[in-house]
Design a protein around this ligand. Structure first.
Ligand code: SAH
Length: 349
């Protein structure tokens, strides 16, 4: 039977070792056998869970945040877009929470950027009545009106490359084969002018993430709107080292095991995204922790108002500073007319 691991090995035998981005791109996005293409990876029966799957208040707060930004921008006709919508849960919660905002739904049309046929089918079921249009990439999002864009755990799934400091200087970390035909990490020459660093240091970079961010910022600057990105990551110019991680059935595993059957992600470098946004003429808010973002937006007040104690534990999980609330960060990138609430807390680190 054809397996993704088999395809990766055949590729290496023919073309030599591959960079990590090529490996991630094949493992996650191969058109027939890629991890995201072949399954719904979310929830207890899958490999990992996400904020919208933990609490309906996540999508609701994001909906209210975006509707508020839209109102303050004058309430124009606009396109709502989500990048990597998973099961469509966040968007369904966002749309429910905003249905009474005057004219919001009537002036919106809905766009979903999603490569997975399995997840597109789930999104179609959950969002019936809203007639979403699907896109393979951000490039085909419409260009004729402001964009309100939300992306939760999307940027962390985009492929990265890694440079490693060796005895002979910076080299690129690659995936190759050992004598017994097992996948292993190795290194090869890397013509990048990186500065001095201790032996073994790892520097991550993501041309794909940079390209997507660049394309979105150019759109926001030209058409107006805002991108709200939430992901686990860091916001510092200090390199963090190796953040590539693999998860199989809710447990960490080696990134080269379970090829095509494990989720592969890396920490999002928010400082790099902010740099691109400012250079494109956009305003940057944050990043702040998910805890600071949700609490500044008033998740506590909404939870009390709903008088539904069964929702407490989910909100607690999303705002726990030692867990998801501290690991995940939120950032808004917008044109001058669009700014988001949720970023003005003094404790927003
Ligand atoms: N946002 C959802 C799902 C996160 S999982 C949630 O919070 O629950 C990552 C999502 O991004 C999945 O929907 C996956 O299919 C999609 N995805 C991954 N790589 C993608 C790419 N290159 N282009 C478009 N969608 C992608």
């Amino acid at each position: 039977m054809e397996t993704l691991e088999g395809l990766v090995k055949a590729h290496i035998r023919t073309h030599g070792p591959m960079d990590i981005a090529t490996y991630m791109g094949m493992a996650l996005g191969h058109p027939r056998l890629g991890y995201y293409i072949t399954r719904d990876p979310l929830g207890a029966a899958g490999d990992f869970t996400t904020a919208p799957e933990i609490s309906q208040l996540f999508g609701e707060m994001i909906g209210l945040c975006l509707a508020d930004a839209w109102l303050r921008a004058g309430g124009p006709t606009f396109h709502m877009a989500e990048l990597g919508p998973g099961r469509g849960t966040l968007m369904a919660d966002l749309l429910r929470a905003t249905r009474h905002v005057p004219h919001f739904h009537e002036r919106m049309d809905l766009h979903l950027v999603e490569t997975s046929p399995a997840l597109r089918a789930k999104q179609k079921d959950v969002l019936t009545g809203h007639e979403p249009r699907w896109h393979d990439t951000v490039e085909t999002l419409p260009a004729d009106a402001p964009l309100l864009i939300v992306a939760n755990e999307f940027f962390d799934a985009l492929p990265i490359r890694q440079a490693v400091m060796t005895a002979v200087g910076w080299q690129e970390r690659v995936v190759g084969l050992d004598g017994a035909e097992n996948l292993i990490f190795g290194t090869r020459a890397l013509p990048l002018p990186l500065g001095p660093a201790p032996l073994g240091s790892i520097h991550e970079f993501s041309p794909v993430r940079e390209h997507v961010t660049q394309a979105l910022c150019a759109r926001l600057a030209a058409q107006g709107g805002v991108l709200l990105a939430i992901d686990y990551g860091h916001d510092t110019s200090r390199p963090l080292g190796d953040t590539l991680q693999a998860v199989y059935r809710h447990a960490p595993c080696h990134p080269l095991s379970h090829t095509g059957n494990a989720d592969l992600t890396s920490h999002v470098d928010f400082a790099a995204m902010a740099h691109i946004a400012r250079a494109s003429g956009c305003r940057v808010q944050g990043s702040v922790t998910q805890k600071a973002f949700l609490e500044t937006l008033g998740i506590g007040a909404r939870l009390s108002a709903l008088k539904a104690p069964q929702l407490d534990s989910g909100v607690q999980r999303l705002t726990d500073g030692k867990g998801m609330g501290g690991l995940f960060r939120a950032m808004a990138i917008g044109s001058s007319a669009f700014s988001c609430a949720g970023f003005d807390s003094l404790s927003g680190t």
